[in-house]
Design a protein around this ligand. Structure first.
Ligand SMILES: Cc1ncc(COP(=O)(O)O)c(C=O)c1O
Length: 280
């Protein structure tokens, strides 16, 4: 299989030829941010929103964006053109750059920019037909989950709990609130109203979350952005997760208990169908 097209500090090259210094602060400290953009039929999906979030993540970690918006767009277009596939997941990572190891950083560092275009993983049919299984765990992440930081250790450990329980995703619980998944946002349906945690420092402001809220508006279904008590997870009519690669998936089991009748619900189906229409 040929290597994925990649970009490193101004150069386009095959993924396996990309090399960065071990003194890169991304490697040493996890000092950087990332973005993941899906591409359907060669068209980036919700690109402006992803680039806004990339810019916001950079500002929050006090790195000046190395590229303008049009340069980021050009980079993405070039990766799409170099790819064999038309449906892609474009990963972009910016770290603070290379320097002798020291917590303190200089303000004039040159950021490291890496990007790669991989084939978009297909959402398994059985996830759509039968729904997925979730587990819950205590959220051990920091207080700035709104930054799309590459330091993902707590998310990784949480996700592994799901994998080891034969589940797909782990829902983070903090102060008895269900916040989001280890790599997705959370939606819950209760008596015809859809709920999701408000945008604050405790969740990543998912682009798919915003898109799902727009879809619900279009469908005329009420969506409240408010705290979700943990015990609602076990008494909801529907539970969903959203992310760029998973789109919107219904969960039919959580912590080994059935969600309602254990089948993907009607509100999810309408939202999922509308999502697919917008992708075209
Ligand atoms: C912690 C977390 N929440 C939510 C999301 C979903 O974000 P998006 O819809 O932009 O893919 C992700 C995606 O990676 C994530 O890591």
């Amino acid at each position: 299989m040929s290597s994925a097209p990649a970009f490193l500090n101004g150069e386009y090259l095959p993924l396996e030829e990309c090399r960065v210094s071990v003194l890169d602060r991304g490697f040493i400290f996890g000092d950087g941010i990332y973005e993941l953009i899906t591409v359907y039929q060669n068209q980036p999906f919700y690109l402006a929103q992803h680039l806004d979030r990339l810019q916001r993540s950079l500002s929050e970690i006090k790195v000046v964006s190395p590229y303008s918006e049009s340069e980021w767009k050009e980079l993405i277009t070039n990766l799409i053109q170099r790819s064999e596939d038309q449906d892609l997941a474009i990963y972009i990572q910016v770290t603070r750059g290379v320097a002798p190891r020291d917590h303190v950083y200089a303000n004039n560092m040159t950021p490291t920019v890496f990007a790669m275009a991989n084939k978009l993983p297909i959402v398994p049919k059985k996830f759509l037909e039968k729904g997925i299984e979730l587990v819950t765990t205590t959220d051990t992440r920091w207080q700035r989950c709104d930054i799309k930081a590459i330091s993902l250790l707590a998310n990784i450990l949480a996700k592994q709990e799901a994998t080891e329980a034969d589940a797909v995703e782990t829902i983070m619980i903090r102060d008895d609130c269900a916040l989001e998944g280890s790599a997705s946002n959370l939606f819950l349906v209760r008596n015809g109203i859809v709920y999701t945690h408000p945008k604050d420092n405790l969740i990543l402001p998912g682009i798919t979350r915003d898109f799902t809220i727009e879809l619900l508006e279009e469908l005329g279904i009420e969506c409240k952005q408010q705290h979700i008590p943990k015990d609602w997870l076990y008494s909801s009519d529907e539970l969903w997760i959203t992310s760029s690669t998973k789109e919107v998936l219904a969960a039919t089991k959580i912590d080994q208990r059935l969600v309602a009748d254990g089948k993907p619900g009607e509100v999810w189906r309408k939202t999922y169908n509308l999502y697919q229409q917008h992708k075209m």
